[in-house]
Design a protein around this ligand. Structure first.
Ligand code: MLC
Ligand code: AMP
Length: 507
């Protein structure tokens, strides 16, 4: 079955012969979806994609609410030989215009509520058809899927063919499409399933979005490849998670999940029979790790990954899960710590840039050969831009970032994109956007702005001015006006000084 579609086969293998076992419990509708039903629908959807003209290698862009149908579309795209390109529903039309123009997808699947607004943009970008998936498992793609009766043969795709493109923000303000192969996705999920010991008895609470690596490739692929099941929630809700913990064995989340769950009542009792809590996408404070341990008796397993590489390192499943570390390189992943200037490996224990190599690493940035060459070495090592060190016991510590990047609630936000928009507004001379500690999101966005002399401009004017072009989660949560930005002798804005100054903006 699917034997000539590399990732399709890997995702299906564990459930073959166990067709009636449960894949997913839909928290919204309470529907129980068996493996057989899920893959039958994915195949029907793949048939629709092929009918709409999706040829091997064509991109299928989707900006839709988190539903089972969207998950089917991911698998359907893989089976149809296409390249899945998921987009955050929070993106504005202007942001989507960039992605569609850059990626040139064959079709766009969007929320019916946004079809009117996005169809002209899609047409302009050369998209041949717009289909819909709405909340409540509805929409034109779902109707077309249900009308398909015949069986479907998966399209042949090899390990080096692309399965997905995920956009990740860039330091210049332009997002880059990370090209992920069938092999990268299949091999990483297989590794994670093995090292975290997922099996058919596991029940994962799936409350992450499915347009990013964590919720799509880590949570979903591991579940499928282990033949486990998941409780599929449209979004994070602490009470829903606590209610469901007694029926589950594992949770994967960003640190904000754990911070919020610690504030909720009943965590200790609800978590008693859980097997595993995984955290990643942003640094988990040692304090959160320790409090979690004290309340639940479980040590959160922290791992480290990226859109470009899937997962690179993990604390041990068996053994000491150390707070403030991201554990060891995963099997098959090589990790180097290098000098930021020369790129040469540096002595153990010293801080440098983390570089990784393995089957998990991406194939380059879509249509950006120069960027690819800057970050992906000829010898296969990818320069992550994260700063870290390896301690005497081999545990990896991430201590900072070389890249000017804010991670807020697990979402990456690049200051440059926001600065460019603010600097364009009437009455603004210049701006500096920084990330500072936030009790809920880990980091939050602060904009420090120099206004023109005599300009009567307010924080509200700034927010109004950027809102058409910037997803809500990227909006500054604090705006300060200053006479001048601090600069060094070279004239470069000293963001470190600003971060220190606004360190307590949210406390
Ligand atoms: C929502 N808001 C955020 C935000 N999420 N602001 C900053 N950072 C965030 N992450 C804003 C909204 O715009 C809104 O603003 C307000 O907060 C409430 O929105 P909400 O939708 O009700 O928020 P909520 O559902 O509580 O979402 C918070 C969250 C969510 C933490 C649960 O952001 C989330 O699921 N994050 C996970 C991200 C993720 O999956 N990352 C993995 C990337 S992969 P307003 O102004 O309208 O009130 C990766 C690789 C790896 O990094 O290693 O895994
Ligand atoms: P993204 O580009 O959205 O995939 O985000 C990847 C970035 O998230 C990495 O380069 C790290 O900076 C950060 N990250 C992921 N996991 C962790 C972690 N466990 N600790 C610290 N940072 C992390």
């Amino acid at each position: 079955m699917y034997h000539e579609n590399y990732l399709g086969e890997a995702l299906r293998a564990a459930s073959l012969g166990a067709d009636q076992s449960l894949f997913l419990q839909n928290h919204q509708t309470d529907d129980a979806v068996t493996y057989q039903a899920f893959f039958a629908n994915a195949e029907r959807m793949a048939q629709v994609l092929v009918e709409t003209g999706v040829a091997p290698g064509d991109k299928v862009a989707v900006q839709a609410p988190k539903t089972v149908a969207m998950l089917e579309l991911y698998v359907a795209t893989v089976l149809a030989g296409g390249v899945f390109l998921p987009l955050n529903p929070a993106y504005t039309t202007s942001e989507i215009t960039y992605f569609l123009t850059d990626a040139e997808p064959r079709i766009l699947v969007c929320d019916p509520m946004r079809e009117g607004e996005l169809s002209p943009v899609a047409k302009q970008a050369g998209v041949s058809e717009v289909l819909t998936i709405g909340a409540n498992e509805s929409g034109t793609l779902v109707e077309r899927r249900d009308a398909v009766v015949s069986g479907f043969t998966a399209v042949k795709r090899g390990p080096d063919d692309l399965a997905a493109i995920l956009y990740t923000s860039g330091t210049t303000g332009r997002s880059k499409g990370a090209m992920l192969t069938h092999r990268a996705l299949a091999s990483n999920a297989q590794t994670l399933k093995d090292v975290w010991q997922f099996n058919a008895d596991d029940v994962l609470i799936h409350a992450l979005p499915i347009f990013h690596t964590h919720g799509l490739f880590v949570a979903t692929n591991v579940t499928l490849m282990a033949g486990s099941s998941c409780i599929f929630m449209a979004r994070f809700d602490a009470d829903d998670i606590l209610d469901n913990m007694p029926k589950a064995t594992a949770l994967m989340g960003v640190p904000t999940f754990y911070v919020r769950l610690l504030e909720a009542d009943g965590l200790s009792k609800a978590s008693a029979a859980m097997r595993l809590f995984v955290s990643g996408s942003a640094p988990l404070l040692a304090e959160t790790h320790d409090r979690w341990c004290a309340v639940t008796g479980h040590a959160i397993l922290e791992r480290y990954g990226m859109t470009e590489t899937n997962m690179n390192t993990s604390n041990p499943y068996e053994g000491d899960r150390r707070a403030g570390t991201v554990g060891f390189p995963l099997p098959g992943v090589e990790l180097l710590v290098t000098d930021p200037v020369t790129g040469a490996p540096i002595p153990k224990g010293e801080i440098g840039v983390l570089e990784v190599r393995g089957a998990n690493v991406f194939a380059g940035y879509w249509k950006m050969p120069e960027k690819t060459a800057e970050e992906l070495r000829d010898n296969g090592f990818f320069i992550t831009g994260d700063l870290g060190r390896v301690d005497e016991d081999g545990y990896i510590h991430i201590v900072g970032r070389q890249k000017d990047l804010i991670i807020s609630g697990g979402y990456n936000i690049y200051p440059k994109e926001i600065e460019l928009l603010i600097d364009d507004l009437a009455g603004v001379v210049e701006s500096a956007v920084i990330g500072v500690p936030h009790p809920d999101f880990g980091e939050a966005v602060v904009a420090v702005i120099v206004a023109q002399d005599g300009a009567d401009i307010t924080a509200q004017d700034i927010l109004t001015g950027i809102k058409e072009n910037l997803a809500r989660f990227k909006h500054p949560k604090h705006i300060a006006f200053v006479k001048a930005l601090p600069r060094n002798a070279m004239g470069k804005v000293q963001k470190k000084a600003l971060r220190e100054e606004y360190d307590k903006a949210f406390w």
